[in-house]
Write a new protein. Structure first.
Length: 300
């Protein structure tokens, strides 16, 4: 008969304690894992943009260009798309429509000349990165063809406002549109499509034009979202030759709410928030004593 060796009491207690600790650790880990799996990430709330219409008579144009190269001495303008804010249609001028296209497919003089009537009507032109690319490229090509540069117009660059007023990873149009969850999206194009369009392929040209028109629609939506922070926006009532009165310079609305005051070094201005577009504006600068007298009279 084999005698069984009994474990010492201290060793048995230690083994039991170890088993309990392991069981507690497994339970804690299971609880932690279960807690992680139960976490639900809610989608970001989509806040609709305030797209208050401009007053009749103000002509604001959103525009974009597509070129065969990023340098004006190597490339030319393939097409220009633009859209007025009070219209639904996107207009496009393509180099394919040029009467000299068959003789010289790279001659964009006719296309550039078609922009004169657009700039003559526009009170402001909205571009993305337009100050650094679009406007410089257009004027470079116009000077090359012996034309005068585009007339001075109020340029609203959404890239500039995004860079100086927002804090994003990138200020590209697609990034800003994604940040604001805009439904309109840019259409991607392959490098082969660009090369084919530059070589005169009409199907590739159609894809480039579609891409340009989509950019204009995205640009318009981005403009509406950035408009409340545009401090240097031209007054749309002045553009429409209407009395300014007490109105929002961005959308022309008279539905303003008085919210405090803005104090400069020696002058004081009333501060207003537009209830239609969400933008801020200031009243006329006044001396402190006159401003406070008017405040007391308004309170009485």
């Amino acid at each position: 008969m084999v005698n069984k060796v009994k474990r010492p009491a201290a060793k048995a207690a230690k083994t039991k304690k170890t088993k309990i600790n392991k069981a507690a650790t497994k339970t804690k880990a299971a609880t932690k894992t279960k807690h992680k799996t139960n976490v639900v990430q809610l989608p970001r709330t989509k806040r609709p943009a305030k797209t208050a219409q401009f007053v009749p008579g103000a002509r604001i144009c959103c525009a974009d260009i597509e070129t065969s190269d990023l340098s004006s001495d190597w490339g030319y303008v393939i097409c220009v798309s633009y859209k007025w804010l009070d219209e639904d249609r996107v207009h496009t001028v393509s180099i394919l429509d040029s009467p000299t296209y068959r003789k010289d497919p790279t001659n964009d003089a006719w296309l550039l000349a078609q922009l004169d009537h657009v700039w003559d009507q526009a009170d402001a032109v909205v571009f993305h990165f337009g100050m650094h690319f679009d406007l410089k490229f257009l004027n470079s090509r116009r000077l090359l063809h012996g034309m005068s540069p585009l007339p001075k117009a109020n340029l609203i660059d959404t890239w500039w406002h995004s860079k100086h007023s927002l804090r994003l990873k990138s200020n590209r149009l697609a990034t800003v549109a994604d940040f604001f969850q805009i439904e309109e999206q840019k259409t991607p194009l392959r490098g082969s499509t660009w090369r084919a369009a530059a070589a005169g392929n009409r199907k590739a040209h159609a894809l480039v034009i579609e891409h340009c028109e989509a950019d204009v629609r995205v640009l318009e939506a981005v403009y509406y979202r950035l408009r409340p922070i545009m401090a240097n926006h031209p007054h749309v009532r002045a553009a429409a030759l209407m009395p300014l009165d007490l109105s929002c310079p961005k959308c022309g609305s008279t539905h303003l709410q008085h919210r405090g005051k803005y104090v400069a070094r020696t002058m004081v201005s009333a501060r207003y928030c537009c209830q239609d577009c969400g933008g801020w504006s200031l009243g006329p600068a006044q001396k402190p004593e006159k401003y406070y007298c008017e405040e007391i009279e308004a309170a009485a």
